[in-house]
Design a protein around this ligand. Structure first.
Ligand SMILES: NC(=O)c1ccc[n+]([C@@H]2O[C@H](COP(=O)([O-])OP(=O)(O)OC[C@H]3O[C@@H](n4cnc5c(N)ncnc54)[C@H](OP(=O)(O)O)[C@@H]3O)[C@@H](O)[C@H]2O)c1
Length: 297
């Protein structure tokens, strides 16, 4: 029997327990604050930012928002980040990517105070993660780990195959799963567009994570019997819907579910977890900065 991994349910549990963490902080006089910074008029980026603000409200995190014109000088963005770094009511800073072409994305990542880097993309936090001493795990890979944990999927000794090597998903997840500890200890293979015989590698996976941004390209033929399939992909494809499109993952869900023991749907799998783990990092950040012990889920 294939078990469908319910990301909405796991994310709800995490949010519920974070609400308790927020109460602990508030009892100590600290209201956790997350600042979103938007320098884009892309409707998808605007939607992501407003979803993050609504998520904050739900658990009692105060949201702050800074918006810059897309043609504003890059310095304005760096200055805005500097101001937020110095604002004690802001514990987490999230700069919505992508930024306009005239802005140096790497400089943006470096500009955020590592203590407030709730995305976990600052080079100092990336380095800590690689050596197994992480401060803020990037939200999507952390969400994947939490899904595996919630469904008792063992990573210890497992062959984990990740399709995709981006800095936000594939690489940090590989670095997490390979760590010498209980939620790691996997043998990790990272595949990408130059990988030879991809299907042979994905079929050998006990845990297969698809993060390539290719609609439904992993089908039953690429999945080994009894594997756990985690679909990170979110792709818009034309469809006869009100919006004119629908969202599909990187996995052909209907065929792959025939082979998998566990599988995430899209939507309703990894997506809600990414959002929940941003709240997790913000609560953690507030606890670290205010020196308050907060129990995290
Ligand atoms: N659910 C969520 O919360 C969430 C969060 C983040 C991202 N996403 C989604 O996850 C997907 C990946 O995002 P991303 O930012 O990591 O993407 P990305 O930066 O575009 O990276 C895609 C990776 O997939 C590899 N790839 C592309 N086509 C391939 C193929 N045919 N065979 C093997 N590897 C292939 C690329 O290889 P090369 O390196 O060789 O180019 C690259 O490493 C997207 O659909 C994105 O929307 C979802």
């Amino acid at each position: 029997m294939t078990e469908i991994i319910d990301g909405n349910a796991v994310a709800t549990d995490i949010r519920d327990s974070l609400t308790g963490g927020v109460e602990t902080l508030k009892a100590d006089g600290v209201t956790p604050g997350l600042a979103t910074v938007l320098m884009s008029d892309d409707p998808a980026s605007e939607t992501y930012v407003s979803m993050k603000q609504a998520d904050c409200e739900e658990v009692g995190i105060e949201s702050h928002h800074v918006e810059l014109d897309t043609d504003a000088p890059a310095e304005d963005l760096y200055d805005a980040i500097e101001d937020l770094n110095g604002d004690p009511s802001v514990h987490g800073i999230l700069v919505q990517m992508p930024v306009p072409a005239h802005v140096d994305e790497r400089r943006v990542l470096r500009a955020v105070d590592p203590m407030k880097d709730v995305d976990g993309f600052h080079p100092a936090n990336v380095g800590r993660l690689v050596v197994g001493n992480d401060r803020y795990r990037p939200c999507t890979p952390h969400g994947v780990q939490k899904l595996l944990e919630a469904y008792d999927v063992e990573t210890e000794g497992a062959d984990a195959v990740i399709v995709g090597r981006s800095n936000i998903v594939g690489k940090p997840l590989a670095n997490l799963l390979v760590q010498k500890r209980g939620d790691g200890n996997a043998t990790v293979t990272v595949c990408h567009s130059r990988t030879e015989d991809l299907a042979a590698k994905t079929r050998a996976a006990d845990v297969l994570v698809a993060a390539a941004g290719r609609p439904e390209f992993i089908d039953a033929e690429m999945v080994g019997a009894g594997a756990t399939v985690i679909d990170v992909g979110v792709n818009r494809v034309d469809a006869d819907t009100e919006k004119g499109y629908e969202l599909v993952g990187d996995v052909d869900f209907e065929s792959a579910r025939e082979k998998a023991a566990h599988i995430t749907p899209v939507p309703g799998g990894v997506g809600p977890m990414t959002r929940a783990m941003l709240l997790y990092n913000t609560v953690k950040a507030a606890g670290l900065q205010a020196d308050v012990d907060v129990a995290l889920p």
